[in-house]
Structure formats: C-alpha cells, structure tokens
Design a protein around this ligand. Structure first.
Ligand code: DQQ
Length: 477
C-alpha cells in the first residue's frame, strides 16, 4: 500500500512501512552514516516504539537494517523512546528512554561493531527516577557527551535529559557519570518560563522540552553554544527552538531564543551529529498534515527531513542549508534564467530542486508557486515580502489540497536579508516540502489530490531574480 501512495516522498528517507518519528543515534562509523529512528513497524500509529535502523555512505541512499531495539519485558516494555549513540571506549552504546507504566526512564544498550545487534543492560533503568526535589511533568530524551580531558585525566560523561517543571516550564536536567551506568544529578542546565510568551506564539517554549541537544558551532567570525529543544505541552508537540548562549560550568547562559524551522511541527524533535569532515548535520521529523485515519489507510506515517548542515550565521543565529549531497541527486536542468520568463509555465514535476535568487527592493515581494494544477485549483505558494531590513517568509497552503481534511494552516516568520538579496531554495518531494531562505528553513507537508498539480510559477513585484530548476532522482525503487 505504502509504495503506491502518490504522497510518499522519493528522495527523503521513509520507513519501509508503519510509523516513523524522531531521528535517533546519529553517527558516522567505518565510513557509514547510521540513522536510527522512532519506529512502529506494525501500523502507522505511535504505539510500542522500536528503533528502526538504516545506513548510508552518501546521506541520501539508505539501506534498511534490522530493527535495533525492540520493547522488552522491563523498563522499556511499552517502548524504546528517543536517545543517542556514543562510543564508550570502542563499545557502541545507546542511551535512550525506556517507557513502561506510563513513564520514561533512562536505559542503555551496547552494540556489535557494525551497530546491527544490540543488548540492553540488565541494570536498566540506569537512573531510577527523576530528581526528587522537582515536580516533574515528563522526563525523557538524551544528549550525552564526554567533557574534555583535564590534567591528563579523561573527562567525565555528561548528559542532559529533557523535562518540565510543573508550573514553571521546560528544562534540561544535567547529570554526570564515569561509566554511563551510574549517574549523579547536577541540576538544571537552564529553566524555561512557560508563561513568557502566549501559548499560541510560534516561539512559546512549552511546559516541557523534548529532545534537548547541546552543541557548539564555530566559524571564522562567530562561535556560539546552542541548546536545541522541542517545545511540548500536555501531549501536544509544538515546534523546535534553540537558544544561543554560553555553556559554562554547570549552566547555560542564554543569549537569544530563535525558531529552528518556520514550519514548526513539520521539523520536530531534531537531532544532529558531527561527521568525520567536522560538519554538523541535523535531521528532523516531518510529521503528517493529513488525518491519522488517512495515514493508517496509506500504511505509513512520517518523513525524515533531508540532512541539513548547521553553521553559525553572520547575524549570530544559526544558518541551515541542505547538505551538498542533496545536489548530487539533480538530474535534468530544466531551466536556468530570468525568473520572469514565460517559459517557466511549461515546467512541472513533483520531484524538484528550485534555486531562486531575488533582489527585493523596499516594498518588493516575490511568490514561488509549486504543486499547482494548470487551472490553479490546487497550488502551494511561498511568499517573500520585504519589511524594512528583513523579509517576511511565508507558505500559503490554503489551496494546497482539495481534500479539506488536510492541514492548510499558513506558516511564516522573519528572515534576514543579505543586502537586498534573498536566496530561496525549495525541495519538492511529493508531500514533503523543504525550503530555505537566507539560511532559515521552513518545512511543510502538502497533499494535492490532482495528478496534474505539478506546475511551478514565479511572480515578481518590485523585484528581479533568476531561477534554476532541476529534476531530482529517486533514491528508492
Ligand atoms: N518522541 C519520542 C520521545 C520524544 C518524542 C517518543 C518527541 O522520546 O520526547 O517517540 O517527538
């Protein structure tokens, strides 16, 4: 069933069938990138979660491997929730959240050298309960690292675990260990304020932080520590955010809060890794914008984003771009020229890579339409509108699908200008859309019903620009 679905992406990673959510255990080992993911192989619903597993040499063509973690009889009886993979002196070790009796607790598993076979530790859970001095909403998901050597002694392991403090807000709780098995609680690395913004604000920090992650980005001019989290509240996923700031001692001193993706929940629960080339690569879960019943009927749910390279932007925020490996999938160059050319009207496709460079005069705007039916009954429209020294970047999905049960909300936010220029990259892969405007991403899902909803169009107002359009190869059969 899954294979015959026109909404199923062809160059994004998807599970063989069933349900996929968060990326987990990202690593590069012996020349292979490994992607683990939250997986229910039995149905397209979030039920008893396993860890799916795939590997790739080029981040685009993935080979499915056997399921890595299966819920057992103990603390992960109801699911093996999100976590990471670390190298413990040569022993691949997973740190994940085991779920049983309605709560999650930290667990570990050790793996074979090829990362295919995993054995859960008899000592699980390795932390028996959240800190007793806190009234915790939820406690799960892990970011684990080793502190640098100090005076010739190996640094200790540290981890942060996502949590929420009731009546206060989300947090990342810091722990320390010598062996990944016995952990000492240090304290909250940073505590959010659930009431600081309106609950409906696109940068509301939620009552609990899922999938916390701490890393540093360095460029020649800029360096910053980054704390990424996914804002959550009472069973509802919201959006991924990050703080820039300074990780010092046992604290994270925040500088600024940013949205990680203007698509919000369509790029949720991200995880990143540093690869052998030193790049920071990030994946996120692109959840569905169609009903649960539609996903169950289709036999699959959830798309993994393309890999994104994360770097420090000139404005102190992060700059995100599709990994250059994505470019290698370009096949036919369909168009290269003036974006006002009438010839663009003849192009179509549901697997496209579009690169638009526009100069926006003050008050200027541009629209890029994708997945459009020739009569315009279905269409999905990106808009960039200059507002002072910035631009408003939005995605209009109000006419994306004639199927009224699909999510049609507008997605939008501000992006920095580069002088007067905006570089917009849009990757169209059936129902999965990923866009990047001057380093700010916007992920979304759309479900056109018409088989001819494949046209593209560009409209310029007080703007001029050029566009290149390529067809993109499938990475699966
Ligand atoms: N998904 C996992 C949790 C995590 C959530 C469960 C985020 O570990 O908090 O599948 O989407």
């Amino acid at each position: 069933r899954a294979a015959g679905d026109p909404h199923r992406p062809a160059f994004h990673f998807v599970a063989p069938a069933g349900w996929l959510n968060d990326p987990n255990g990202l690593t590069q080992r012996d020349g292979w990138y490994h992607l683990f993911y939250q997986y229910n192989p039995y149905a397209a619903i979030h039920d008893r979660i396993h860890w799916g597993h795939a590997r790739s040499t080029d981040l685009m063509h993935w080979e499915h491997l056997p399921i890595a973690l299966t819920p057992g009889n103990g603390p992960d009886a109801d699911g093996c929730w999100s976590g990471v993979l670390v190298d413990d002196g040569g022993v691949p070790t997973l740190v994940y959240s085991g779920r049983s009796d309605g709560i999650e607790l930290p667990c570990v598993a050790t793996g074979s050298a090829d990362l295919v076979e995993w054995t859960t530790a008899a000592a699980n859970p390795v932390i028996p309960a959240p800190p007793s001095d806190l009234d915790i909403v939820a406690f799960r998901d892990h970011c684990v690292w080793r502190e640098p050597e100090y005076n010739g002694a190996p640094g200790r392991w540290r981890q942060i675990i996502g949590a929420g403090i009731r009546g206060v807000g989300g947090t990342a709780l810091l722990y320390e260990s010598d062996d990944l098995r016995s952990w000492q609680y240090v304290g909250p690395l940073l505590v959010g304020d659930a009431d600081a913004q309106a609950r409906t604000a696109p940068d509301w920090t939620g009552t609990m932080w899922e999938c916390v992650e701490l890393f540093r980005v360095d460029s020649e001019e800029n360096a910053t520590d980054v704390l990424v989290f996914s804002a959550w509240d009472d069973g509802v996923t919201h959006h991924p955010l990050y703080w820039t700031g300074d990780y010092r001692g046992d604290q994270f001193e925040p500088r600024a809060l940013h949205r990680l993706d203007l698509g919000g929940r369509f790029f949720y629960a991200p995880q990143s890794m540093q690869d052998a080339a030193g790049r920071r690569l990030m994946f996120g879960w692109m959840q569905e914008g169609r009903t649960d019943a539609a996903a169950v009927a289709a036999g699959w749910s959830g798309v993994m984003s393309l890999p994104r390279v994360v770097s420090a932007g000139a404005d102190g925020a992060l700059h995100l771009a599709p990994a250059p490996e994505v470019d290698a999938l370009r096949t036919e160059l369909l168009f290269d020229g003036d974006a006002s050319s009438p010839k663009l009207g003849a192009l179509d496709g549901d697997q496209l890579d579009l690169e638009l460079v526009v100069i926006l005069a003050p008050g200027g705007s541009v629209e890029l339409t994708v997945r459009a039916a020739p009569d315009g009954q279905e269409q999905t429209v990106y808009r960039l509108r200059r507002v002072g020294g910035e631009a408003e970047f939005s995605l209009d999905r109000s006419r994306s699908s004639l199927d009224e049960t699909t999510d049609a909300r507008a997605l939008s936010g501000r992006i920095p200008l580069d002088g007067d220029t905006v570089r917009l990259r849009v990757l169209v892969d059936h129902s999965a859309l990923e866009a990047f405007a001057n380093g700010v991403p916007l992920a979304a899902r759309v479900y056109p019903t018409r088989p001819d909803a494949n046209r593209i169009a560009v409209t310029l107002n007080d703007a001029q620009g050029s566009i290149r359009a390529w067809r993109v190869a499938s990475t699966r059969n």
